[in-house]
Write a protein that binds this ligand. Structure first.
Ligand SMILES: [Zn+2]
Length: 200
């Protein structure tokens, strides 16, 4: 059997991402987001790459997404590598990690930390993973709860997430870190799926 490397976005023969898709990805606009420094909107190539990573175990995509994230974070916070003490991630529930075989946010965090040359540590633990369909908004909010490991007082922590939807996850994660002594928390995410046309 002959396995050819395919572009993860369009399927052309290429290593990870073809030049055309790469150019298009890096040309995507950086969306405004209150919850985090976000690289791109969760659409087109960015969406395809994230879906391939999350649901098809395409770990090679992490390198490209982390490179994009690093570029955008450095544009927004140029001194991030010198001011931040540690990079961590908003963990996916254990059941999901078991099902998918990976925690995409952890992979992104580890790669971003390597690019920034900052240590990466697991600081957050998801204490509740109960996702019930039909649960009320308040119930779902209560479900995204984290506890944090002890931290050097006055640390500046960067939290990485793959996709921001409401910002609640990152807000809860940041609160947990502040409770254990983080002085500053910078939330970063590859993509924002925040929609402004949501009907209430
Ligand atoms: Zn392509």
């Amino acid at each position: 059997m002959l396995f050819r490397q395919r572009c993860e976005a369009c399927g052309d023969i290429a290593r990870v991402l073809c030049v055309k898709c790469r150019t298009q990805l890096f040309a995507m606009a950086q969306p405004e987001c209150d919850a985090a420094v976000v690289a791109v909107a969760y659409e087109s190539i960015a969406r395809r790459l994230i879906l391939n990573l999350k649901y098809h175990n395409r770990k090679q995509v992490v390198v490209v997404l982390a490179e994009l994230l690093a570029q955008r974070v450095l544009q927004s916070v140029p001194n991030i590598a010198t001011v931040c003490d540690v990079v961590t991630w908003a963990p996916t529930s254990k059941a999901r990690v078991r099902r998918r075989g990976l925690d995409q946010s952890e992979l992104l965090a580890r790669r971003l930390a390597r690019v920034l040359d900052v240590p990466c540590r697991q600081l957050l633990i998801k204490t509740s993973t109960n996702v019930q369909t039909g649960a009320s908004r308040e119930e779902r909010l209560r479900d995204s709860v984290f506890s944090a490991r002890k931290l050097r007082v006055d640390s500046h922590v960067v939290i990485v997430d793959d996709v921001v939807t409401t910002g609640t996850t990152l807000r809860c994660a940041a609160d947990a870190l502040r409770k254990v002594g983080a002085r500053q928390v910078t939330c970063v995410a590859v993509a924002s799926a925040v929609r402004h046309d949501l009907r209430r």
